[in-house]
Each structure stands twice: as structure tokens, then as C-alpha cells.
Design a protein around this ligand. Structure first.
Ligand SMILES: NC(=O)c1ccc[n+]([C@@H]2O[C@H](COP(=O)([O-])OP(=O)(O)OC[C@H]3O[C@@H](n4cnc5c(N)ncnc54)[C@H](OP(=O)(O)O)[C@@H]3O)[C@@H](O)[C@H]2O)c1
Length: 173
């Protein structure tokens, strides 16, 4: 796949190195921005407060599959962009493409150890069904598995994860 990372630090830089070693074509972007028009998949891995600026600085994002690895750290000081309940939903509103929350539960500085871990680490993700292939193909190859889990209170609706207002465990349709 052609993968563009927005952010080339601990998460973006480490995944870029592993993806390149696995045969993907990777372009890494930072604060200087750039163009993602050629990408099959875009990884978003910048500090949460930088997300609006980071997206605004990259062209060619319309309709792209985005893997959002950001976490809302320091949420009191830097809440999600106003009007959006999560960064992923903000991202999707900007790009209009399939969006998945992925790689945000893995410690970036442990990715390299996945190759030698005694138990196979998983990448738990949630998001649009249309993003599944990108999530699965972007797993670092060495002993990394993939699993989709939805936390209680979320349910799937027409391929998208929605918050269940009843707060119940996910129900099968
Ligand atoms: N570190 C982890 O283990 C970990 C795990 C799970 C999730 N996360 C999440 O992943 C995200 C990235 O974390 P990280 O540890 O990889 O951060 P990091 O090492 O500090 O790297 C941050 C990257 O974001 C870029 N950046 C900062 N401000 C920007 C802006 N305004 N526009 C465009 N790019 C900008 C930086 O660009 P330059 O290269 O130009 O400086 C840098 O490449 C965060 O949301 C974090 O919560 C991190």
C-alpha cells in the first residue's frame, strides 16, 4: 500500500519504518505539511491539540481512509475540536472518507518488541467497515495480529460505530 503518515514521531516514525520494511511505500509528513493525494491510507499521529492544524496543512485528504492513532491526552486543556465528541469524528468530518481509530492503544516504543513477544500482540480498533482492509494490511507483519473490539455502549449501525444511548453492551442486528 501507499501510506502517508501525518506525524513522524514515536508512532508515525516507528510505524513508517516497520511498514517500509514490510514493503509498503511510505511518505512521512510533519509540521511542514504536504500532499496525501497519492496515498491509499493515511495515518494520523500528531498530538491531539495539533489535529486541526495538521489536517489543514495536508492536501489531497478528501475521501481517504484515515487511521487515527491520536489520543485525547490532557483533555481538560485540549478537548476534542469544538462540536465533535471525538477526534475520529472530527477527522471523518474533514475528510469524508472511511475512518478507523487504530494503533492508539499500543505503546509506540514497544512496536519493535512485538517481533519477539511470547504472546501475539493485537491492535484493537474501531471504525468504519470500509477501513477494515487498510487496518488489517497495515499490521506490522511480525507476529502482530488484529482484532476489532467495540467497548460497551457502542454498536454498529450501517457499518459505522455509534454510541448506544442506552449504554448497553453491543447488540447484534
Ligand atoms: N507515543 C505513544 O506510545 C503513543 C501511543 C498511542 C497513541 N499515541 C498518540 O499518537 C499521537 C502522536 O504521538 P507521538 O508519541 O508519536 O508524538 P511525537 O513523537 O511527539 O510526534 C509528534 C509528531 O506530530 C507532528 N506535529 C506536531 N504538531 C504538528 C502540526 N501542527 N502539524 C503537523 N504535524 C505536527 C510532529 O511533526 P515534526 O516531525 O515536524 O516535529 C511529529 O512528527 C498522539 O496523539 C498520541 O497521544 C502515542
Amino acid at each position: 500500500m501507499k501510506i502517508t503518515t501525518i506525524g513522524r514521531g514515536t508512532i508515525g516514525g516507528t510505524l513508517a519504518r516497520l511498514w517500509t520494511a514490510a514493503g509498503h511505500e511510505v511518505i512521512e509528513l510533519g509540521r511542514d505539511g504536504g500532499d496525501a493525494a497519492d496515498a491509499d491510507v493515511v495515518l494520523l499521529a500528531v498530538p491531539n491539540e495539533a489535529v486541526p492544524d495538521a489536517l489543514a496543512g495536508v492536501s489531497g485528504l478528501h475521501g481517504k481512509v484515515v487511521l487515527d492513532a491520536t489520543n485525547r491526552m490532557g483533555v481538560v486543556e485540549h478537548p476534542a475540536p469544538a462540536g465533535y465528541p471525538s477526534i475520529a469524528e472530527y477527522v471523518k468530518a474533514q475528510t469524508g472518507g472511511p475512518t478507523a481509530k487504530a494503533f492508539n492503544l499500543n505503546f509506540g516504543n514497544l512496536f519493535d518488541q512485538a517481533a519477539t513477544a511470547s504472546s501475539r500482540p493485537n491492535n484493537i480498533w474501531v471504525g468504519d467497515e470500509e477501513a477494515r482492509a487498510a487496518v488489517e494490511q497495515s499490521q506490522p507483519r511480525h507476529r502482530h495480529g488484529t482484532a476489532q473490539r467495540r467497548p460497551p455502549g457502542e454498536r454498529r449501525h450501517r457499518g459505522r460505530v455509534r454510541q448506544d444511548p442506552r449504554g448497553d453492551a453491543p447488540r447484534r442486528r
